[in-house]
Write a protein of this length. Structure first.
Length: 223
């Protein structure tokens, strides 16, 4: 997740270096570690049945989004102060919007779990057993090609509407502050010289380039 955020900041000017630490805290620490902690807590409280697994994953997806939104409200309040920022008004918008978005996150999580359960139920219901004919190279190649295809085909369909944070900023009457980036030559997830001809192809190629960058960084760190 940290690699994804790093590529977004450096390659696409999405987030920026000065907010990278906060983004990692919200999405990597709270989103990944926090989500897994909630999932384990549900399992230890109610058992490890299939319904419990689904409920724990859905609850973790929803709560981590709400938790990150709440932490962001406190951080923004500490940054701007009471004279420029109404914590109550902004929190209402943040929690309301992200509560709805969290339902979507939970549904997506359940759909992914369902797909995994149909192909490899042992990954969810039982301890993973070593696979005798498992090939790391074949797995890495399949995962990489699948990621590239999914990104290239689905990226052009991304919504241009404001996300939860942007919508809350607008509704609370705050001014969104823009800053110049030393990087981000593919801002807005587009390739400029391709956008002039085909927007969908530009966005798809930019998304694929992002995936390639993440795979390359992950390989270098692994090596």
């Amino acid at each position: 997740m940290t690699l994804v955020l790093l590529v977004q900041a450096l390659l696409f000017s999405d987030g920026g270096l000065l907010s990278l630490g906060a983004n990692i805290l919200h999405m990597s620490v709270i989103g990944c570690w926090g989500g897994y902690a909630i999932y384990l807590l549900v399992q230890r409280s109610f058992g490890t049945g299939w319904k419990v697994n689904l409920s724990g994953a859905a609850l973790a997806a929803w709560l981590t989004l709400i938790g990150a939104a709440g932490l962001f409200c406190l951080e923004l309040y500490a940054s701007l102060g009471p004279d420029e920022f109404s914590l109550k008004q902004f929190s209402i918008w943040m929690f309301s919007l992200h509560a709805v978005i969290g339902v979507g996150e939970a549904i997506i999580t359940l759909l992914v779990l369902k797909a995994v359960a149909q192909q490899r139920p042992d990954l969810i219901l039982k301890p993973v057993q070593p696979v005798s004919n498992f090939s790391v190279r074949r797995f890495a190649l399949t995962a990489s090609v699948s990621s590239l295809l999914v990104t290239f085909l689905l990226a052009p369909w991304a919504s241009a509407s404001p996300d939860g944070l942007e919508a809350a900023v607008e509704q609370a009457g705050l001014t969104e502050r823009q800053s110049a980036s030393l990087f981000g030559f593919l801002s807005d997830y587009e390739i400029p010289w391709v956008t002039e001809h085909t927007h969908a192809l530009s966005v798809g190629l930019a998304g694929a380039l992002g995936v390639i960058s993440i795979i390359g960084l992950a390989y270098c760190l692994g090596a």
